[in-house]
Design a protein. Structure first.
Length: 479
């Protein structure tokens, strides 16, 4: 890796207005792999001005022109997956196998899903004597996180481009290199100058300047609920649209007729994918109280088989968490679980055996957890499962819904119809039945403090459109 001390604005790499830089740290080695420039308000103003100017023409492009542009991006993206994967693995610690199989390809999947939507979407319809038109909302500010960086960049950029919007992206300063590579891909694919702009920086400076900017028409934010509240506050003064995908504390209901051995093994491993750093992770595992010890024993055995170590090794199943600060947060919450009386089945504080450096966390299982404990209420964002007991199906639903979040839910049952019935009762934006994976065509987003708006597929595309009614477009013929 090398230093990346420029921003991509108005179709070219430009010098920042200030001189601040920040090291990008490899969380497996705790060593710097390069520096990035940190933006200021002046950089945001310059990028927004370029996007505003470009919107005048890009918003008028045809469906066919935007289809051709997405196809060029997709072709280049396919070629550069190994490059993206290597960057993500080094800057946020994803095992290289995961980076190649999921982290990098996830962005490609969103471009392909958006292309399908764009090809068939009806932008105009008649209602009575009026014509209703859906047109691009304008200039979009985008703030994306470090945990699934390309996924979150692509699921915003792809529909915005398809809709005819222009944009300014602020990726996470913790994992920014993949976004810099992405900006170069946009340039090489022929995205017109000013349509896509990239400014690196932190939330209080660049994020706040974007959110409050009068020439930004919409903010699309993915991150913590705390930061999402700040984005909404900053955006309120200009009454812009704010779409948010925020935190989660999703319930994973194991119904009494499920195959416990199979399901709990699967879901314990799933909790360790990406080191537990997924907002939709099923971190609260709900099991019948009478089978608590059985469930804990299965989860313990599965957790202890997870190979933790060097992300560069093809044998590694789980790498480090992203940073020293985040490692400290996860360690503090694990200790909090012990202090509050949850039973530690395996894992716990400190580095895994055999590792003396890097921000690695032991795969951890707590059992006999109650839903009022801190580890059941707060998003840990690490490889930590908390097992909560329920009395019956109604009690499981009550516990699942007893949270300020509502992003995802998981249900396992030998009876698919029973699983579907329970799914309808969960107050969450997504529900996975019997281990079903995410679907890039389906809407992704949450209820309550997990956010508003939806991303992915047609629903994500429509968030970047405004609706205009032209009255008298189809007047009734004279009698």
């Amino acid at each position: 890796m090398a230093d990346h001390l420029q921003f991509y604005i108005d179709g070219q790499w430009v010098q920042p207005s200030g001189s601040r830089t920040e090291d990008v740290i490899n969380p497996a080695t705790e060593q710097s792999i390069g520096r990035i420039a940190m933006g200021e308000k002046a950089d945001v103003d310059r990028a927004v001005a370029a996007a505003r100017k470009a919107f005048e023409t890009f918003s008028q492009t045809s469906r066919e022109e935007r289809v051709a542009l997405l196809e060029k991006i997709i072709a280049l993206y396919k070629e550069r997956i190994p490059q993206f994967a290597a960057a993500v693995s080094q800057e946020m610690g994803a095992p290289i196998k995961l980076a190649n199989a999921a982290q990098a390809p996830s962005g490609l999947g969103h471009f392909m899903a958006t292309l399908r939507v764009l090809k068939s979407y009806e932008f105009e319809e008649d209602l009575g004597t009026s014509r209703v038109i859906r047109e691009p909302i304008g200039v979009v500010g985008m703030i994306t996180p470090w945990n699934w960086p390309l996924n979150q960049i692509a699921c915003k950029v792809a529909p915005a481009l398809a809709a005819g919007c222009t944009m300014v992206l602020k990726p996470s300063e913790v994992s920014p290199i993949n976004a810099i590579l992405f900006a170069q891909l946009m340039h090489d694919a022929g995205v017109p100058a000013g349509v896509f702009n990239l400014v690196n920086g932190d939330g209080p400076t660049v994020g706040a300047a974007l959110s409050s900017h009068p020439d930004i028409d919409m903010m699309s934010f993915t991150g913590s609920t705390r930061a999402g509240i700040e984005v909404a506050r900053a955006a309120a003064g200009t009454v812009k649209r704010v779409a948010q995908e925020l935190g989660g504390k999703s319930a994973n209901i194991i119904l009494d007729d499920a195959d416990f051995e199979k399901v709990i093994k699967r879901d314990m491993f799933g909790m360790c994918v990406n080191s537990g750093q997924s907002c939709n992770a099923g971190s609260r595992m709900l099991v019948p109280k009478a089978r608590m010890d059985e469930a804990a024993a299965i989860a313990k055995a599965a957790a202890e088989r997870v190979k933790v170590g060097d992300p560069a090794s093809e044998e590694t199943a789980m790498g480090p968490v992203v940073s020293k600060a985040h490692w400290g947060k996860v360690q503090g919450l694990i200790q909090k679980g012990i202090d509050e009386g949850a039973q530690l089945a395996t894992g716990g504080p400190g580095l895994p055996d055999g590792l003396s450096a890097g921000y690695f966390v032991k795969p951890t299982v707590f059992s006999h957890v109650t839903n009022d404990m801190t580890i059941a209420c707060e998003e840990i964002f690490g490889p930590v499962i908390v097992i909560i007991g329920y009395e019956n199906e109604d009690d499981a639903v009550r516990i699942a819904n007893d949270t300020v979040y509502g992003l995802s839910g998981y249900i396992s049952s030998a009876d698919p119809e029973r699983a579907k019935r329970v799914a309808r009762r969960l107050r969450t934006g997504n529900v996975h039945l019997n281990g079903a994976p995410v679907d890039s065509n389906a809407p992704f987003g949450g209820y309550k403090q997990s956010g508003n708006g939806r991303e992915w597929g047609r629903f994500g595309f429509e968030d970047y459109l405004e609706v205009k009614a032209i009255m008298g477009y189809n007047p009734k013929p004279a009698a």
